[in-house]
Structures are given as structure tokens and as C-alpha cells.
Design a protein around this ligand. Structure first.
Ligand SMILES: CC(C)(COP(=O)(O)OP(=O)(O)OC[C@H]1O[C@@H](n2cnc3c(N)ncnc32)[C@H](O)[C@@H]1OP(=O)(O)O)[C@@H](O)C(=O)NCCC(=O)NCCS
Length: 183
């Protein structure tokens, strides 16, 4: 499957997914997005780190963001910028196949604090989930949420994910919510 080949450089034909329902669009990150993506992280460091997420730590400088797009850390991860109907960059979402089974994918996401509570993440998860089942060969998708991150659990539940298990890593309880490809 073409879109599932490893990425060893910036995408030549970035995938774009538009939700006809909400106008939210997802576009695979390219070097042109590095500035806006970094600036959003830079002004949201506390917000993004409140449940121990490493995003803010991974992108301390603009060059780290640019380099991660030019030479992705995980060549199998598809990373998208999320834009609202007005075309404003509001956050990011990604999907990564698991090492054990490439038909199972993990999704991760964040939105800038100034854009919270407008349904953007739910819309982005819905759009990516539909696309991943239809075009990327995934049979199952899941999100792993730190216990206490009520907003993120709610996002996944609204997008049709249900809790399957809880795992504890280094004293942190992770709630794992799954969605199976609809028949
Ligand atoms: C959690 C997060 C993704 C929510 O994004 P969002 O765009 O505000 O979510 P939505 O607007 O789509 O909201 C979906 C639902 O979650 C609820 N919700 C959002 N934030 C919430 C919070 N902090 N507490 C309780 N409910 C919350 C909304 O009310 C909505 O439910 P409703 O329609 O029943 O009212 C966002 O706050 C974020 O990026 N946080 C920091 C990074 C992070 O935690 N990422 C996820 C890691 S697993």
C-alpha cells in the first residue's frame, strides 16, 4: 500500500483529508508547516505536558521540528497538521502502526489550548480514523490516554472508541481505547 511505505524524507505528495461535515482538514506535515507547528507547541508547553506527554520536550527548538519533518524519527508514522474551516493551524494528529501488527495503529493528537472545546480534535480523529480504515489497511486503531485526561478519553469515546484495557507503565495508568474497522 503506497501510503504505508516508510517515509525517509518530506512527503512529495502530502495526503490531505477534509471533513465535509465540519470543514476541518488534515494535511501531512511538510517543511512549510514547521514554523506554525513549532510556534503552536512553543506557546502551549505547559498545556501539552500536563499529563506527561513528551511532545513539548521533543521540540525545544524550531530546528528539531523542521528536522523531524525532513527526516522522521519513525518512518512509519503519518503526521498531519489540523486546520480549522478558516485554514488556521490548530494542532496535530498522527497514526503509527504497532511493531507487533501493522494492521493495528495507534493514534496520537493535541490541540492548542486556545482552540480547545470547539470539537476540532473529535472531528480530526473521526476524519483520520475513516481514512486509515479505508485507505491505509488498518483493521484496528487505538489511543492510549493517561488516567485523568478526561477530555482525551471523551474525544475517543465520541469518535466511537471503547475502553479495552488499562496498563501501568512506571506508575502511570494508561487507558487504552480501541475502534475496530466497521464491516
Ligand atoms: C484533550 C484534547 C485533545 C481535547 O481536544 P478538544 O479539541 O478540546 O476536544 P473536543 O472539542 O473535540 O471535545 C470533545 C469532548 O471532550 C470534552 N472535553 C474536552 N476537554 C475536556 C476536559 N478538559 N475535561 C472534560 N471534558 C473535556 C468536550 O466537552 C467534548 O465533550 P462533549 O461534546 O460531550 O461536551 C486537548 O485538550 C489537548 O490537546 N490536550 C493536551 C494534549 C493531550 O492531552 N493530548 C491527548 C493525549 S492522549
Amino acid at each position: 500500500m503506497k501510503d504505508r511505505e516508510p517515509i525517509f524524507g518530506p512527503p512529495k505528495n502530502p495526503i490531505e483529508i477534509v471533513s465535509s461535515e465540519t470543514g476541518i482538514s488534515l494535511r501531512q506535515l511538510t517543511p512549510d508547516d514547521a514554523r506554525v507547528a513549532f510556534d503552536l507547541i512553543d506557546r502551549n508547553r505547559e498545556h501539552l505536558s500536563q499529563f506527561g506527554d513528551v511532545t513539548a520536550r521533543n521540540y525545544v527548538t524550531y530546528d528539531q521540528m523542521l528536522n523531524s519533518i525532513i527526516l522522521p524519527r519513525n518512518p512509519f508514522r503519518l503526521r498531519f497538521g489540523i486546520r480549522n474551516a478558516e485554514g488556521i493551524y490548530v494542532g496535530s494528529i498522527n497514526v503509527t502502526p504497532t511493531v507487533e501488527n501493522r494492521e493495528v495503529g495507534e493514534i496520537g493528537y493535541y490541540i492548542g489550548r486556545e482552540f480547545e472545546g470547539q470539537g476540532y480534535t473529535t472531528s480530526a480523529v473521526n476524519a483520520l480514523t475513516d481514512y486509515a480504515f479505508e485507505n491505509l489497511g488498518y483493521q484496528e486503531l487505538f489511543g492510549s490516554v493517561v488516567d485523568g485526561n478526561t477530555g482525551s478519553v471523551r474525544v475517543l469515546q465520541k469518535a466511537g472508541f471503547t475502553e479495552r484495557e488499562r496498563i501501568t507503565i512506571n506508575d502511570t495508568v494508561l487507558i487504552q481505547l480501541y475502534k475496530v474497522k466497521p464491516v
